[in-house]
Design a protein around this ligand. Structure first.
Ligand SMILES: Cc1ncc(COP(=O)(O)O)c(C=O)c1O
Length: 397
C-alpha cells in the first residue's frame, strides 16, 4: 500500500539545514548523499498548514502578530485531548523553540556555576545550552538493559551536590526513544522534590509514539510535582514545523512563571504569525495525518532494524518506542569505530550524527534519522550492505 510519506520531495537548494549544509558539514554532496542526521522530516505537514501559508502569501502582508488566544486554545485542546494535561491558557509562554525556551529557563532558575542534571547520552543541545550559559553539566549515565535505556537511581545521589538546581529531562528520550513509565517519572521527580531541584521537562517528542506506549506528561504526576515543573512542548517535531520556530513553555506555578517571564520579556521573546497559525492548523486538523505518520515511521524502523543488523554483523539497533531517531551501537562490530564512520559517511555517503556528541555513553553509537521516504531507508541499507560486505564474508553470514 502506498502512503503520502512515500513521496520523494526534492529539498535541495531550499536552505534546508539537513540537505544544503550536508556538504559543508560532512563533505557529502546532496546530489547523491543520504541526509539521515538533523531531526526534521522529509515530509510535508498536514495540508491545512500549507493551505494557511498559501493564504498568508496571497494576502501578502506579514506584520507583527496579535491576539494569540486561538493559538493558545489549540495548544490547550491538544494537551487535553492527546495527553490528559489540563492547561490554562495563561500558563503558556510562546518561545522561539524548545532549546531557546529551556536556555531561558536555565537563566531564570539557576546561577552561573550551578549544576544541571541530565541523563546521558542525551540530545546534544542539552549540553550546549547548559555550557553556553556557564552552568555545570552533571551527567547521570543511563543504563542499557535488554536493548533499552533506564535511569540509574542507585547512583543519582552521588552525582548531585547542593548546587545542582535543575533536572533537564528528555521525555520521551532522545536518543533511544524510551517512553519513561509513570513509575520512573514519579521516582525521578520525587528525588528532585527531595533535593529542591527544579524539573524542566522537554516533551517535544511526546506525540511520536510508535508502539502504543503511553507518554505521561511530567506535570500530571501530582500537584506537588506540577508546582516544580516547567514543561516544553511544540508542534515542530510532530508535524515537521521546525522552521516556524514556535514552542510552548507551560508553567502552572505563578511564582515560577513570573520568574520565567522576567527573563523572556527582558529578551523580548514573542510569537510569530506563521508559527502560531501553523501550530493551530496542525493541532486542529492534523490527527489523521499523525496517525499515518507514526505507522509509517514504525514501518521504517522495522526495515532499518532488520536491514542494518543483517548488513553489518555486530551492529545493534536500539528499538525505539518514540521519536524517529534510530540509535545504533557499533561496539561489537569487528572494526575500529573511525573506520565504521568513514565507511558510512565517505563510502556509503550517509550523513548521520556521531554518538559522542550526545555525551557519556554515546561514544560507540551513531544516530540515523529515519523520517524519510521508505525508499531512502532501503537505499541506505543497500549502501551499507555494499560497504560492509567484507565483514559478512569474514563472519560467514
Ligand atoms: C529532545 C529535543 N528537544 C528539542 C529539540 C529542538 O527543538 P527546537 O527546534 O524547538 O529548539 C529537539 C530536536 O531534535 C529534540 O530532539
Amino acid at each position: 500500500m502506498t502512503s503520502i510519506f512515500d513521496q520523494k520531495i526534492d529539498r535541495r537548494n531550499t536552505h534546508s539545514l539537513k540537505w544544503d549544509e550536508m556538504e559543508s558539514r560532512y563533505g557529502i554532496s546532496p546530489d547523491d548523499g543520504l541526509p539521515m542526521w538533523v531531526a526534521d522530516m522529509d515530509f510535508r505537514p498536514p495540508q491545512a498548514v500549507n493551505d494557511m501559508v498559501a493564504r498568508a502569501a496571497e494576502h501578502g502582508i506579514h506584520g507583527y502578530y496579535g491576539n494569540d488566544a486561538p493559538y493558545k486554545d489549540a495548544v490547550v485542546s491538544w494537551m487535553k485531548r492527546r495527553h490528559q494535561f489540563d492547561v490554562s491558557p495563561e500558563w503558556i509562554t510562546t518561545v522561539p523553540g524548545v532549546v531557546a525556551g529551556y536556555s531561558l529557563a536555565i537563566q531564570a532558575f539557576s546561577e552561573e556555576g550551578d549544576g544541571v542534571l541530565v541523563f546521558s547520552p542525551v540530545y546534544h543541545a542539552f549540553g550546549r545550552a547548559i555550557r553556553n550559559n556557564n552552568r555545570r553539566l552533571v551527567e547521570s549515565p543511563l543504563i542499557e538493559r535488554d536493548g533499552a535505556y533506564y535511569m540509574d537511581f542507585d547512583n543519582l545521589e552521588d552525582q548531585i551536590d547542593e548546587r545542582t538546581k535543575i533536572l533537564l529531562l528528555c521525555s520521551p528520550h532522545n536518543p533511544g526513544g524510551r517512553v519513561w513509565t509513570k513509575e520512573e517519572l514519579t521516582r525521578i521527580c520525587e528525588f528532585c522534590l527531595k533535593h529542591n531541584i527544579l524539573i524542566i521537562s522537554d516533551e517535544i517528542h511526546h506525540d511520536l509514539i510508535l508502539d502504543g506506549s503511553k507518554h505521561v506528561v511530567t506535570a500530571t504526576l501530582s500537584d506537588a510535582i506540577a508546582e516544580r515543573t516547567v514543561t516544553f512542548t511544540s508542534a515542530s517535531k510532530t508535524f515537521n514545523l521546525a522552521g516556524f520556530a514556535t514552542a510552548a513553555c507551560i508553567i502552572s506555578n505563578k511564582e515560577l512563571r513570573d520568574q520565567y517571564r522576567k527573563v523572556s520579556t527582558a529578551c523580548s521573546v514573542d510569537s510569530t504569525p506563521l508559527g502560531s497559525k501553523a501550530t493551530m492548523e496542525a493541532y486542529n486538523h492534523g490527527e489523521e495525518w499523525l496517525a499515518e505518520l507514526c505507522e509509517y515511521l514504525g514501518g521504517n524502523q522495522e526495515l532499518l532494524i532488520e536491514g542494518l543488523e543483517a548488513a553489518i554483523p555486530g551492529a545493534k539497533v536500539m528499538r525505539m518506542a518514540s521519536t524517529y531517531l534510530q540509535w545504533v551501537d557499533f561496539k561489537d562490530v569487528d572494526l575500529p569505530f573511525d573506520e565504521i564512520v568513514r565507511r558510512i559517511q565517505k563510502q556509503a555517503k550517509i550523513a548521520v550524527n556521531l554518538g559522542k556528541t550526545f555525551g557519556k555513553g554515546g561514544e560507540t553509537f551513531l544516530r540515523f534519522n529515519i523520517a524519510c521516504p521508505r525508499s531512502t531507508v532501503e537505499e541506505a541499507i543497500k549502501r551499507l550492505e555494499d560497504v560492509f560486505a567484507d565483514l559478512r564474508v569474514q563472519a560467514n553470514v
